[in-house]
Design a protein around this ligand. Structure first.
Ligand code: GLU
Length: 548
């Protein structure tokens, strides 16, 4: 038999949601439990389409993706667009494009402007109003929700009183005056068209505790929630809190990976799951990425740090693989130890672990990131470097683009030099360095300054002599042999050791001679393997540069 108050609750639910006929059970039939193997984790990235992606958002999304895909689980994207004020045009597309550009594999979720993929949608909160109302109706029937007609002025009054009396702020307990409205009062207000929100009737007490085991931060204990927070706004759209509980329940999220600014709301969320009689997901609250400043640490800031925006990485031309590699070093303290013995393993093979995440926030260091990126690029094939840098240049450096695609084989030849083998060169961190890196391959050096320790007449003599012995058919050893050969007649030592024993007997040594040749051919003191460079440039070009 139903008690009087239950009858009232059911009647209230009918008044508030007359058109909501589905039940939670019917919802559960429509969105059944996912059929995944034991231990598979379901995670999501749940951005609001505000148009700006912070590297911290990408970090959280990536952690979420790794957690799912290292356990054969599901990673999906849900768009949290219940706050239309914050929404930016094309914000959704922008986020999805960024995720794709960084190579985060999304199994389900919002796709294009209005498109979805997966059986647990719609994956945009603005399209789920009816679903939220099913759960809100259930909460009302259970006595956990009621309408609140308080105006902004009334809420201000409550606030002033609490401030004056130094009480806890908010809408709770004795301050929650709409809790006491009778069904008749409610009915007549609604009939009169008075706007209202639907609030949680919080079962929390001032002694109660909210306790949970955060996957990253460990055991967390906080005062239980006592606030009658808003579940549905006046337009019937849910707040983040309520939508989170409903969506993550129905979509089968096992682990909610989100920014740690949400920790303070966790007691509300745990209570909502309790009121819905559903088991809450596990929570993993990710600390913000930090930056070192004046010996201290602060959050990486959208305002102060260009590297905070993900657009920075595209513009500079960092490969997605480098960004992910660095984010992994930040995410798991043992990643670098794993990488050392596995230099060629794909990063997806790394066994990601929540326990290895820093509870206090990892330090983002651009210098370190550049080193990581150099390493990553040094392990790419010449073809990969070519494809990726061409793709970047097409948008960001038209001149470079034209040069690179003019003769793909030649361009790939440049990237092949000193690539492969155990000790590949590590001198490119990002594609916007390619223009400088490849310059002398495309344009003969101009006005080269020769080193001070070699006389101008000797420079001339070295180059004239070298043109005579230079033979493009030489092997690398023969090539070096030819350089040594011209040393002695010109007064240079072919042997560095001999030179060091009696420097006064020579004008210099073979290193100085090859340095002059290098400068003449490339205009630079340091380059990758000069023999390979000369082979690639070809006989005519080399001779023309030597003669200049
Ligand atoms: N929409 C929330 C945000 O933008 C997501 C929080 C969550 O992942 O639950 O921060």
């Amino acid at each position: 038999m139903k008690t009087v108050s239950q009858i009232d609750n059911n009647a209230l639910a009918e008044i508030l949601f007359p058109n909501t006929n589905l039940t939670i059970e019917q919802m559960e039939e429509k969105f059944p439990k996912r059929n995944l193997k034991d231990g598979a984790r379901v995670t999501r990235y749940a951005p609001s389409p505000t148009g700006f992606m912070h590297i911290g958002n990408l970090f959280t999304a990536f952690v979420s993706e790794r957690v799912a895909h290292t356990t054969d689980g599901i990673f999906y994207v849900r768009i949290e667009d219940t706050d239309k004020k914050r929404e930016v045009e094309n914000g959704v597309e922008g986020i999805l494009r960024d995720l794709e550009s960084f190579g985060l594999a999304v199994d389900e979720g919002a796709k294009g402007q209005n498109e979805d993929k997966g059986d647990y949608g719609p994956y945009r909160q603005s399209m789920r109003k009816d679903i939220y109302h099913v759960f809100a109706k259930y909460m009302t029937e259970q006595g956990y929700a009621y309408p609140c007609f308080c105006t902004a002025e009334e809420l201000d009054e409550i606030r002033s009183k609490q401030e004056a009396e130094k009480l806890d702020m908010g809408y709770y307990g004795e301050f929650a005056k709409c809790r006491e409205l009778t069904l008749d009062e409610i009915k007549s207000k609604i009939d009169a068209g008075v706007p209202y929100v639907v609030r949680l009737k919080s079962p929390g007490t001032s002694e109660g505790k909210a306790i949970f085991d955060d996957m990253i931060k460990g055991k967390i204990e906080m005062p239980e929630n006592r606030q009658d927070i808003v579940l549905l706004k006046t337009d019937g759209i849910p707040t983040y809190h309520f939508a989170h509980a409903v969506d993550d329940y129905l979509m089968g999220t096992t682990h909610v990976v989100r920014g740690d600014e949400w920790i303070s709301s966790a007691p509300v969320h745990l209570q909502l799951f309790k009121c819905l009689s559903k088991r809450p997901p596990k929570y993993a609250h990710v600390s913000p990425l930090m930056k070192e400043e004046n010996g201290g640490k602060r959050k990486l800031s959208k305002r102060k740090d260009p590297e905070a925006a993900v657009s920075f990485y595209f513009e500079q031309g960092y490969p997605a693989l480098s960004v992910r590699e660095y984010l992994l070093t930040l995410a798991n303290s043992n990643f670098e130890d794993w990488r050392k013995p596995n230099p060629d393993a794909h990063q997806d093979e790394f066994p990601f672990n929540f326990k290895k995440m820093s509870p206090s926030g990892a330090l983002f260091d651009l210098v370190k990131f550049n080193d990581v990126s150099k390493n990553v690029i040094s392990r790419m094939t010449a073809d990969e470097v070519y494809e990726l840098s061409v793709k970047w240049a097409e948008t960001y450096d038209k001149d470079l683009f034209a040069k690179l695609i003019q003769n793909p084989e030649f361009s790939k030849g440049i990237f092949s030099i000193d690539r492969g083998g155990n000790k590949p060169r590590k001198d490119i961190a990002k594609w916007n360095e390619i223009s400088e890196y490849t310059e002398y391959f495309f344009t003969a050096p101009q006005n080269v300054e020769m080193p001070e320790n070699v006389l101008a007449e000797d420079v001339k003599a070295i180059l004239e002599k070298y043109v005579e012995v230079y033979n493009p058919d030489h092997t690398k050893d023969e090539w070096f042999g030819a350089i040594k050969e011209i040393c002695e007649p010109l007064g240079f030592s072919p042997d560095v050791k001999a030179y060091k024993q009696s420097p006064e007997s020579f004008k210099g040594h073979v290193g100085d001679v090859s340095g002059i040749i290098r400068l003449a051919v490339t205009g630079r003191k340091n380059t990758p393997d000069l023999y390979a460079i000369m082979q690639l440039l070809g006989k005519d070009e080399v001779i023309s540069r030597l003669n200049k």
